[in-house]
Design a protein around this ligand. Sequence first.
Ligand code: NAP
Length: 286
Amino acid sequence: MAARILDGRALAAELRDEIAARSERLRARGIAPSLVVAIAGEDAASHAYVRSIEKAGAKAGVDVRVDALAADAAEGDVRARLRALGDDPLVHGIILQQPLPRHLEIRRIAEALPAHKDVDGANPVNLGRLAFASGTELVPATPLACMLLLERSARWPLRGARACIVGRSNVVGLPVALLLMKADATVTIAHSRTADLARCTRDAEILVAAAGKPGMIGADMVAPGATVIDVGTNFVDGKLTGDVAYDEVAEIAGEITPVPGGVGPVTNIALLRNVVLAAERQAARA
Ligand code: NAP
């Protein structure tokens, strides 16, 4: 039987309405939720991504603007720029777009992002806080999107469920693992050094693929009836594809997110939701 599709576009549309209403309430108080995307250099994919966020922001009531930094900007200058944005009361959320030019080191730079404006979880402090039971100031957008999709899954609540995440990066795999644990799932994290990956993935009731390897999860790696969240964003012959071999896996999984139309649109909206949440909190503190 074909899997039920966890439709990211439909979920994003629902969430957009909720965010637009919250933004409207802030605007009525003279506060315009505002996101600044700091980009160092001329990475074409980064600029394309920003355009998609700008479009989504226009519909959700969030102002999005680019802060362009020179490709050869010194580390100290980038940190100073981020601190200045952090001090600007009209800016509620900041993203430091990656990839950064080679001479800039993400970890050292991201520390200059104030945690309460760090809407995409770049500052290591926010990732550290995620590991604490009390939680973090802002949950990074892609991991949050995975959880929002799982909340709409037949699998929810996740208490006691066996979950496998393929990927352990600081931006996706690791925070997803922490969030799943927080939701009381039993979590296995697999990575490029995992021996017998298929054994881990086949054992999972919830499988999150976040390796960045097109089509690497085949039907023989998925348990019948499993819920499959495909985070992968890969371009193959100019076409966007996930980490999951969608057609064959959809035949045996219970639920699956498509690519495109799954995690991606929910990620964009999760980011904007973080900006509105940050604006609400900053207004409450003012
Ligand atoms: P990353 O930093 O390159 O991390 C990839 C992870 O996958 C690493 O932990 C790596 O293991 C693991 N891995 C790679 N090949 C593997 C293999 N053959 N078997 C098992 N594990 C393997 O990538 P990322 O930033 O986490 O992103 C992951 C994917 O999600 C990418 O396709 C990215 O474009 C996509 N993404 C999508 C969204 C969205 O909104 N949809 C947002 C962010 C990222 P090691 O640690 O051992 O190297």
